[in-house]
Ligand binder design. Structure first.
Ligand code: SAH
Length: 214
């Protein structure tokens, strides 16, 4: 039997804290959420390794460090309303559920959304709603959001997501070509919209009206 808690503690120390993730709440959430619960049984022993993992439908769950980095950039305190685009396995949504008040997550592939929702229910998360649609359009009925995180690579920053940012809100989105992207932080500040490049990343395609074509 693998001691998953021990594996998580080690992941947090070496891959996250050891590489500069310093938000204590983010580190605590990543120590707590059972990442292995969100992958196939055959991959569970790799769940805390330093790399992305395949999930169904040719999609991937990001490397733990990238999950932590993107989450940290949202600067969540606990009272926020957050939107995630690309539910995938549901792991990132669970991390957000630990750190914000309410999480709205959109997945375009129904099979993934269904499974992610099952996993989140089993773990007892009641503050996450998963829906199937084109996340590049955001979730206008629930806007504005204090934080928006896009976990797929976009050709450009989807304008509807910028429009759905609350004042002071933060959007984290990988933007670039299909092979590599820059992680962009887009902030809604009183002076307007501020964009910061956080460095190179590699994500699966964001597919939709403001994303790539299928
Ligand atoms: N955050 C996920 C990993 C996501 S992988 C996790 O923690 O496991 C990227 C996901 O984005 C895939 O599941 C893909 O189907 C989804 N996706 C791509 N384009 C999308 C869109 N326009 N709207 C919603 N989801 C999208």
């Amino acid at each position: 039997m693998i001691n998953f808690q021990k594996a998580r503690d080690r992941m947090v120390e070496t891959q996250l804290a050891g590489r500069g993730i310093s938000d204590q709440r983010v580190l605590d959430a990543m120590r707590k959420v059972p990442r292995h619960f969100f992958v196939d049984e055959a991959l569970q022993e790799q769940a805390y390794s330093d790399h992305p993992l395949p999930i169904a439908d040719k999609q991937t769950i990001s490397q733990p460090y990238i999950v932590a980095l993107m989450t940290e950039k949202l600067e969540l305190q606990g009272h926020e309303k957050v939107l995630e685009i690309g539910t995938g396995s549901g792991y990132q949504a669970a991390i957000l559920a630990e750190l914000a008040q309410r999480v709205f997550s959109i997945e375009r592939l129904p099979g993934l959304a269904y499974r992610a929702n099952q996993a989140l229910r089993k773990l007892g998360y009641t503050n996450v709603i998963v829906r199937v649609s084109d996340g590049t359009l955001g979730w206008p009925d629930e806007a504005p959001f204090d934080g928006i995180i896009v976990t797929a690579g976009a050709p450009k920053v989807p304008q509807p997501l910028v429009d759905q940012l609350a004042m002071g809100g933060r959007l984290v989105v990988p933007v670039g070509d299909r092979l590599s992207q820059s992680l962009m932080l887009v902030e809604h500040v009183p002076e307007g919209i501020r964009r910061t490049d956080l460095g190179g990343v590699r994500f699966v395609d964001l597919v939709g009206k403001w994303g790539w074509e299928e």
